[in-house]
Design a protein around this ligand. Structure first.
Ligand code: GAR
Length: 195
């Protein structure tokens, strides 16, 4: 266990089950950390509710109406807020926009992402669907450091998940998520130990 309590910020666009698994790992004593803020680009995202229920401050990212882009101004503004909060690690948990220079430069090797495939295979969106369509026998999930590419940063940890006969996109994603919820807290711990 890392001696110092790490300050985490979580960014997500959707349901936030990975965020919940980080809360759970903290409560179980598996992760010596505190989530100091949760941000989303989507005002409807359930991840914001999860944070509010726990009393974690939340923020909405102003993506200026862009569907996929994370505008530079919004990234600069977020970097400032996260620096003011003295955040040690930023955890992307189902965050569907690409992080670029303003954040990467402010938090070098401090931004982590979870991806629902065994990178470098199947980067990008709906990776479980890509795996199913490719007909692979196993897939999984990956936690990696974020760099300027799409799902290209150095890998921290991976977990394997079998693809079963009769799997649908939903059943496969659900099986991957079970592993994600174990993997992400373990990989955060591993990144802390590498500091
Ligand atoms: C997770 O499966 C995560 O790996 C994936 O989105 C889901 C979010 O679920 N992320 C990506 O596809 C990023 N490229 P959650 O909101 O329940 O944590």
């Amino acid at each position: 266990m890392h001696a110092m309590k790490m300050r985490l910020a979580i960014l997500g666009s959707g349901s936030g089950t990975n965020c919940q698994s980080i809360f759970q790992a903290i409560d179980d004593g598996r992760l010596n950390a505190e989530v100091v803020a949760v941000f989303s680009d989507n005002p409807e995202a359930y991840i914001l509710e999860r944070a509010k229920k726990r009393g974690v401050p939340t923020g909405l990212l102003n993506c200026q109406g862009f569907r996929n882009k994370f505008p530079e101004d919004a990234q600069k503004d977020l970097a400032k807020q996260l620096q003011a909060l003295q955040v040690d690690f930023i955890c992307l948990a189902g965050f569907m926009r690409l992080v670029k220079a303003p954040l990467l430069e402010a938090f070098p090797r401090r931004i982590l992402n979870i991806h629902p495939a065994l990178l470098p295979a199947f980067p990008g969106v709906e990776a479980w669907k890509q795996a199913l369509e490719a007909g692979v026998k196993q897939t999984g999930c990956t936690v990696h450091y974020v760099d300027a590419g799409m799902d290209t940063g150095e890998i921290i940890m991976q977990a394997f998940v079998p693809v079963l006969a009769g799997d649908t996109s939903e059943s496969l994603h659900a099986r991957i998520q079970v592993q994600e919820h174990i993997l992400y807290p373990a990989a955060i711990l591993s990144a802390m130990a590498r500091l």
